[in-house]
Ligand binder design. Structure first.
Ligand code: SF4
Ligand code: SF4
Length: 427
């Protein structure tokens, strides 16, 4: 493989790199630093490592590659930084330059380059894994099972939900119209994401049902693929990320709104333009695409403007105490903070309790929790303490990735709380 000798991606964000004054304020909230107490874990240390790379003082060694991966991209450092240094942006760029020099390691290169961009192949592969899981692996309590063979790279005895027997896109039509007598007020494209499609199809069905009953026609373009967050943000594979971005832009080109139930999908697709726009045509297309994306709670509250009376709690959750985990990609990246809380406060038959540090990272962060599962779980344990302190029966969130991380953590800690997507609560 031909290597690029310059750090072209880092160079694009050199101003951000230069803005760091080394004050150390970023230490306060960094979830990785809180666990490791090492300078190389915190934003300031990472900025110094990347600066040394750019100045030619060091090369991309294994240790350096690991330090670049050792970050959840939670953005807490950028939020606390008096100089406004966008460290997650610089780290993402550095990951891309690392991939240009060293490639994506096996077996991730197979998954990222060959499976994730090919929707049908990916679907069939995880279905095969699911069969293997059902036949050969022991059942654990509830609906969770131990890790399948295919996903064994994800961690040690990690609890993940079962792969759905029928994927969302196999169980709903491409065009979902409001029921008879309900006028169409909006037409949206639904970016279903991998988790909702393959693992939580009933969540997708619920969202479609809620939207159509409220006058929203829901299109699920069959040409859509994975958002690419794991690939370009997590692993730094911009070349594959670009192909995935182009696929999604093409699939949704005729639609005015793109809604998602996953904060990470929404935020990473808005980032196509920042990281992947290598031509003017792509810049234009990605900018237009980003402008259409809305998180589901943002869409319901800000665009459809549903009144509080439109939200009713599903019967199984009546009388429960509920707390809210705010995904990093929802609050810090998209700035969507009030909308989900507004929906939760509209649900009369539940008791909503804020947890301390609701916006603290849960430690999932895609590839981060694959590479550093133990560290990711230590970060998640702090979140579990917050959940426990509320006395809630249910913790809700707006990101299936966070949902899986919290399910795994609470199960491992033998905590009784259920973990749900916010839209599962709504009838
Ligand atoms: S990243 Fe920001 S908070 Fe951290 S040392 Fe640099 S200037 Fe200070
Ligand atoms: S993005 Fe989060 S994990 Fe990464 S350095 Fe900043 S605060 Fe730490």
């Amino acid at each position: 493989m031909k290597t690029d000798t310059k750090y072209t991606e880092i160079e694009k964000f050199k101003d951000a790199l230069d803005s760091c004054t080394k004050c150390g304020f970023c230490m306060a909230g960094c979830p990785v630093y809180r666990e490791e107490k090492k300078e190389s874990s915190v934003a300031r240390g990472k900025i110094m490592l990347i600066r040394a790379l750019l100045d030619g003082e060091v090369e991309v060694t294994d240790e350096m590659a690991e330090q670049l991966n050792r970050c959840t991209l939670c953005m807490t450092c950028a939020q606390n930084c008096p100089a406004g240094t966008q460290v997650p942006t610089v780290i993402t760029a550095a990951r891309a330059d690392k991939v240009k020099r060293r490639g994506v390691p096996f077996p991730y290169n197979i998954v990222f380059r060959w499976l994730l961009p090919r929707r049908r192949l990916f679907g069939w592969t995880i279905r095969l894994a699911s069969w293997f899981q059902r036949i050969f692996l022991p059942k654990t309590e509830g609906t969770l099972r131990h890790l399948s063979f295919f996903l064994s790279a994800l961690g040690k005895s990690r609890h993940i939900p079962q792969i759905a027997p029928k994927f969302l896109r196999e169980s709903v039509p491409e065009v979902n119209k409001p029921p008879e007598g309900v006028k169409v007020k909006f037409t949206v494209g639904y970016f279903t994401g991998c988790m909702t499609d393959f693992v939580f199809p009933e969540l997708g069905q619920k969202i479609i049902s809620f939207l159509t009953k409220n006058g929203v026609e829901v299109i699920i373009p069959r040409g859509q693929g994975c958002c690419g967050a794991l690939v370009f943000l997590g692993a730094g594979d911009f070349a594959t990320g670009r192909k995935m971005a182009d696929t999604n832009v093409k699939a949704f080109k005729d639609l005015d709104y793109i809604i998602t139930d996953c904060a990470t999908c929404a935020s990473s697709m808005k980032d196509y333009v920042k990281f992947l726009a290598d031509t003017e045509a792509r810049k234009k297309a990605y900018t237009a695409y980003a402008g259409k994306i809305k998180d589901i709670t943002e869409f319901l509250v800000d665009v459809v403007k549903l009144p509080a009376s439109a939200y009713h709690v599903a019967p199984e959750f009546k009388g429960k105490t509920v707390t809210w985990h705010e995904p990093c990609h929802l609050g810090r990246y998209l700035g969507v903070k009030e909308q989900p809380r507004k929906i939760l406060k509209s649900l009369k038959d539940i008791k909503f309790v804020e947890m301390p540090d609701a916006d603290r990272c849960c430690g999932m962060a895609g590839t981060f929790s694959i590479y550093f599962y133990d560290l990711s779980q230590k970060i998640a344990e702090k979140k579990a303490e917050s959940i426990s302190s509320t006395g809630a029966d249910i913790v809700v969130t707006d990101c299936p990735g966070c949902q899986i991380q919290l399910m795994d953590t609470l199960k491992r800690l033998k905590m009784p709380q259920e973990v749900r997507h916010i839209m599962e609560l709504v009838e």
